[in-house]
Design a protein around this ligand. Structure first.
Ligand code: PLP
Length: 432
């Protein structure tokens, strides 16, 4: 059986005439898994509907933001009501204070926060602040971690760069990338060496506290604690990139779930409730170096935009007021994990499922996946086949083994069962 993709194919052909690659963000193009992307018409709850009228259970959820499912009514209504009061002023509003206060009340150790319009901007600005604050230039990031597309981060980055095997990015000057040092995820020894060899030169260590851009990879026991003490000892700013994990793993993000404090934290995805929002925040002592309080310049015409703020505020307030949301998310994801185990374990296909809270991924690997090298050595050709088999069965997974699946509260028991049936059919076909 094959789903009809006639309208999507027509749209994709047309899109390629006026948009590079036909998409506004590379991983959407299905280039690595093959085939052409489906064009979405609308979505509600757990389901996406495409231009050909096909229905899919959505495990991307806009790469995270739609944590309460699509077209979540309180957010949609808040956006509509607020839009009538004009969509932007370029002057301060009380709503921005409410948003900042809400974030500070949820995120551990965040005394002050600055709103931006994307996760990229948040990470880029946090690194500038760390450099301005310490007076040092170098930063350390981890192989396979993605912190957005700013120049300094496009070194051994995960997500789309891993998917398309882009090693060096034309347009990023060596003078910029030379200041970005990298180490394998979960390798504390490598960090000690880097810090020793670059004594008093490292401004920041930036990390995804639970990695989600090489599939899902949890930090090993003691790893983040070790980084925390290196940063304390060496006067390095410890930045948690919680663009993916923030407000997803817990109301207080990975900091709360794992019980570790960063000096600066970056947010994106869930924080905007589906609108373009990012934020960075942290200790007052560091944040007060941001302009106009300090001289580290950072600005944005649409930063703190009222429509974006009301969407984000409504989303975060819901998450703060109802802790059972996180229990439900974890329960659904755990169920999916256990049942996928039942499908794959007897099959003889080597596989690894990593999961933290409502982040989960599947690697076709015969050894544990603890860093980027492990993720890259998995059978990603098999993943691509799995992706297409699932898509044909109405299950929309991220089109790359280097991406986490995102679960929303809208995913029902029946949706999980439908997903497993599709996976079981894939295994059966594989074995035949
Ligand atoms: C998505 C992501 C980013 C970039 O956010 P954009 O809003 O796409 O710019 C940064 N860091 C992490 C961990 C992400 O997952």
């Amino acid at each position: 059986m094959s789903i009809s993709q006639t309208n999507s194919n027509t749209l994709f052909a047309r899109a390629q005439q006026s948009i590079p690659g036909g998409v506004n963000s590379p991983v959407r193009a299905f280039k690595s898994v093959g085939g052409s992307p489906i064009f979405i018409k609308e979505a509600k709850g757990a389901y996406l509907y495409d231009a050909d009228g096909n229905k899919y259970i959505d495990y991307i959820n806009s790469w995270g933001p739609m944590i309460l499912g699509h077209a979540y009514e309180p957010v949609v209504n808040a956006i509509c009501d607020r839009a009538k009061l004009s969509t932007s002023y370029g002057a301060p509003t009380e709503l921005e204070i409410e948003m900042a206060e809400l974030i500070c009340s949820m995120a551990p150790g965040v005394d002050m926060v600055r709103m931006v319009s994307s996760g990229t901007e948040a990470c880029m600005s946090a690194v500038r602040l760390a450099r301005g604050y310490t007076g040092r230039n170098k930063i350390i990031k981890f192989e396979g971690c993605y912190h957005g597309h700013a120049d300094a981060f496009l070194v051994k980055a995960g997500s789309g760069l891993a998917t398309f095997n882009i090693q060096t990015v034309p347009g990023v000057p060596a003078s910029v990338s030379d200041d970005t040092l990298t180490a394998p995820y979960n390798d504390l020894e490598a960090i000690e060496t880097l810090v020793r060899n670059n004594k008093d030169q490292v401004a920041a260590i930036i990390i995804e506290p639970v990695a989600g851009n090489m599939g899902c990879i949890p930090p090993s026991k003691g790893f983040l604690e070790g980084l925390r003490s290196v940063c304390d000892r060496e006067g390095i700013v410890f930045i948690f990139d919680e663009v993916m994990t923030g407000f997803r793993l817990a109301a207080g993000g990975a900091q709360e779930l794992l019980g570790i404090r960063a000096d600066l934290v970056t947010y994106g995805k869930v924080i905007g409730g589906g609108l373009p929002v990012g934020a960075f925040g942290g200790r007052r002592e560091i944040m007060q170096h941001i302009a106009p309080l300090g001289n580290v310049y950072q600005a944005g015409t649409l930063s703190g935009n009222p429509i974006a703020m009301i969407a984000g505020y409504t989303m975060l307030k819901t998450l703060k007021d109802d802790p059972s949301i996180y229990t439900k998310l974890t329960d659904t994801t755990q169920k999916l994990h256990q049942e996928l185990d039942k499908v794959f374990a007897p099959s003889g296909i080597p596989y690894v499922i990593n999961r933290v809270g409502s982040m989960i991924s599947l690697h076709f690997s015969s050894k544990p996946v603890t860093n980027f090298a492990d993720a890259a050595s998995a059978d990603n050709t098999l993943f691509n086949k799995f992706f297409h088999a699932m898509l044909q069965a109405g299950i929309y997974l991220p089109p790359s083994a280097y991406e986490t699946w995102f679960i929303s509260t809208a995913v029902s028991e029946a949706d999980v069962q439908a997903t497993l049936q599709a996976a079981a059919a894939f295994v059966k076909q594989y074995q035949a």
